[in-house]
Design a protein around this ligand. Structure first.
Ligand code: PRP
Length: 207
């Protein structure tokens, strides 16, 4: 039985398909052009599942996927994982997790209102700073929150900085560096050791 590989929809998918292809793993259709979510591979009897980024660790932790490819942001936000190992930094999807707020506006004293979809990362960060915050959970487009007065700051991913700039925001503190990682289910490490090993060493060569 081949590997089941869970990939993020969106940017990561486009960037990691060529890496998998270089290791001989190619879906039988282009996931970018299809509404399908499960793909067979041309050779090797593997399957590729395409899912929302936040769900990749869930599939791998529960063993329905052997391998997952997703951002470090997603892995950190998922939190303590007993069911998988993070084995490889694929060196793609590089960006930073940052705090940001309106240009030229100082953070108010007292409890800071922070909007993010990364509530666990945000909570951990401000706890380490011993700063009291009120967390506001959003699902995306966090940049709107300070503009409408819902929050003083946001915690979000910054790549080029264009999204912040377009919304009158500026980056403040760098929380951590992000890139795309390969995670492997603990049991699959044993039961499919040779296949996992061959993929990991193939990827190490191409990244
Ligand atoms: C991320 C992030 C920002 C944007 C930053 O969103 O949430 O909105 O990228 O990139 P930039 O600094 O180059 O402008 P993404 O496009 O990944 O979509 P999402 O909102 O679904 O996370």
């Amino acid at each position: 039985m081949g590997l089941v590989i869970a990939l993020n929809k969106g940017r990561i998918l486009k960037e990691c398909l060529p890496l998998l292809a270089a290791c001989g793993i190619e879906p039988d259709e282009d996931p970018g052009d299809s509404r399908k979510l499960i793909f067979n591979t041309r050779t090797g009897g593997h399957r590729i599942i395409v899912t929302r980024s936040a769900d990749v660790p869930t599939y791998v932790e529960n063993g329905v996927a052997d391998i997952g490819v997703t951002g470090k942001d997603t892995i950190l936000e998922y939190g303590e994982a007993m069911g998988f190992y993070e084995l490889l930094d694929l060196g793609i999807g590089k960006c930073r997790m940052m705090t940001a707020g309106p240009v030229g506006v100082a953070e108010p004293p007292g409890v800071l209102r922070v909007a993010s979809k990364f509530v666990n990362i945000t909570r951990d960060y401000y706890q380490r700073q011993s700063r009291q915050v009120a967390l506001i959970k959003l699902s995306g487009a966090m940049e709107i929150a300070p503009l409408l007065g819902l929050a003083d700051s946001i915690v979000d991913i910054v790549d080029t900085g264009n999204t912040l700039k377009a919304n009158g925001l500026e980056a403040r503190e760098n929380i951590c560096e992000i890139s795309t990682r390969l995670i492997v289910n603990r049991a699959s490490m044993k039961t499919k050791f040779d296949q996992v090993q061959s993929l990991v060493s193939g990827l190490k060569e191409v990244v």
